[in-house]
Design a protein around this ligand. Structure first.
Ligand SMILES: Cc1ncc(C[n+]2csc(CCOP(=O)(O)OP(=O)(O)O)c2C)c(N)n1
Length: 320
């Protein structure tokens, strides 16, 4: 799909990227004001990856997500008010306020869950892919994870199983250059993390993760391969998180200049420049306004919802 020349697609991509940005800015603000508890991880600067990838999926397809999962959740179509309610520990949240930022699953939109365990979504994606294959379905699973996950045992097991069984899984690495404070240059001997694909006999490709079109094209090809029964692909999308790892991060492991250089490659500003020939200025402004209004409405609805109650904390601990 042409996300730049096609006005409807351009609009959808832009509104979704702005929605992720505004949602996370609101979360940041709520934390700073002491109105949100627990922890959270922001993906500000990485919006092009979930948006480009999820626009390559159909409604019945699945994703698995990470601790930095708000963008994946939103791009796959989750309800903003229920997400915000979950983060504010409200009864109306996706997990009735018990899970918080890292535990949002939305089975209705195919989101099999955020995951606090680094690489935890990878074997889940392989399992979902196996289920699809065993029942002869045509769905595809996109598994999002960070660069740090690529050095986890669970990652290797999950990718290997998907490879040997030709499972319909697309592995999308959001290489934001750091696993907490550990730089990829210190954690890997390979230049591109996509080189790891060769060890499993699957295609590996590296794309500009700040360009939703580049991500979209790579994921579209990989989804077609997966649907045709040809197995998984590893996509490395290079990007950057502007904010710290989580709320306690003082950014001592990277320079101000480095952050500034990446901010100049803001995926949203770049996309707005590229769609200028397709969308009028007024239309671009209306995308920003739509995202802002949707997030404001979500915050209002979440604030108005009842708090999760400690009395019912032990309910729904086990699935039936
Ligand atoms: C198995 C496991 N090990 C360690 C941690 C602690 N931890 C949480 S996030 C994180 C860094 C993950 O980095 P990456 O996979 O690159 O994702 P990013 O935070 O950059 O999005 C670590 C080490 C964890 N949650 N799970």
């Amino acid at each position: 799909m042409d996300l730049i020349g096609n006005a409807a697609a351009a609009r959808q991509a832009l509104v979704t990227m702005w929605t992720i940005r505004r949602f996370e800015e609101a979360v940041d603000d709520l934390f700073a004001r002491g109105l949100m508890h627990g922890t959270m991880h922001l993906s500000i600067g990485q919006e092009a990856v979930p948006v480009g990838a999820c626009l390559a999926l159909s409604d019945g397809d699945y994703i698995t997500s990470t601790h930095r999962g708000h963008g994946h959740c939103i791009a796959k179509g989750a309800r903003l008010a229920d997400m915000m309610a979950e983060l504010l520990a409200k009864e109306t949240g996706y997990c009735r306020g018990r899970g918080g930022s890292m535990h949002i699953a939305d089975v209705a939109t195919g989101n099999l869950g955020a995951n606090g365990i680094v690489a935890g979504g990878v074997p889940i994606a392989a399992g979902a892919g196996l289920a699809v294959k065993m029942r002869g379905g045509s769905e595809v699973v996109v598994s999002f994870f960070g660069d740090g996950a690529v050095n986890e045992g669970a990652w290797h097991e999950g990718v290997n199983l998907a490879a040997i069984w030709d499972l319909p899984v697309v592995f999308v690495c959001e290489n934001n250059h750091y696993g907490m404070s550990m730089s990829v240059s210190r954690a890997f001997r390979v230049k591109q993390l996509s080189e790891r694909a060769a060890a499993y006999g699957i295609p590996g490709v590296t794309v500009d993760g700040n360009d939703p079109q580049a991500v979209h094209d790579a994921v579209t090809d990989a989804v077609a391969r997966a649907r045709a029964g040809e197995g998984p692909t590893l996509i490395e999308a290079t990007t950057y998180r502007w904010k710290g790892h989580s709320k306690s991060d003082k950014n001592l492991y990277r320079t101000r200049e480095e952050i500034e250089q990446w901010r100049e490659r803001d995926p949203i500003a770049r996309f707005e420049q590229r769609v200028a020939a397709t969308l009028e200025d007024q239309e671009i402004q209306s995308c920003r306004d739509e995202a802002r209004d949707a997030v404001r409405a979500a915050v209002r609805a979440a604030h108005a919802a009842p708090d999760a109650s400690a009395d019912s904390l032990t309910e729904a601990v086990y699935a039936r």
